[in-house]
Design a protein around this ligand. Structure first.
Ligand code: IDP
Ligand code: MG
Length: 132
């Protein structure tokens, strides 16, 4: 069965909405395989978002992702990567569809409450990076 990585981001842990978000994930039939509440180190955050290192928002992104607790969740479901991306919605909550997690909870395009892997290959890489 396919796996993906979810990360509940610092804006969501800060607002005590971790449980609400996990409830939605479980209602949508994703199985939780591993779950870990942690602080991301700067070096892990930089590796995780390495693909964005040349973007203008990169430094702010690293600062934000290391600013508070995150909850990393390894999820399993048929077609998990695409189904989870559909469930979280567009990066920018103004463009996210109704019923998506980002539409419901994200503050803005940066502090958008949740991460989901964008391919099967990246899901495996991200799960190994975060859980090892
Ligand atoms: P994704 O999380 O929907 O895959 P990416 O483009 O991969 O979106 O960007 C990774 C993360 O970087 C986003 O979830 C968001 O937190 C942040 N980000 C993306 N674009 C912007 C932007 O234009 N300004 C500020 N932060 C951004
Ligand atoms: Mg992405």
């Amino acid at each position: 069965m396919e796996k993906t990585l979810a990360i509940i981001k610092p804006d969501a842990t800060e607002r005590n909405i971790v449980g609400e978000i996990i409830r939605i994930i479980e209602k949508n039939k994703f199985k939780i395989l591993r779950l870990n509440s942690m602080m991301l180190t700067e070096s892990k955050a930089k590796e995780f978002y390495g693909v964005h290192s040349s973007k203008p928002f990169y430094n702010d992104l690293i600062e934000y992702m290391t600013s508070g607790m995150i909850v990393a969740i390894e999820l399993e479901k048929d077609n998990a990567v695409k189904e989870f991306r559909d469930l979280i919605g567009d990066t920018n909550p103004e463009h996210a569809k109704n019923g998506t997690i980002r539409k419901m909870f994200a503050i803005n395009q940066s502090n958008n409450s949740i991460h989901g892997s964008d391919s099967k290959e990246n899901a495996i890489k991200e799960i190994n990076l975060i859980f090892n």
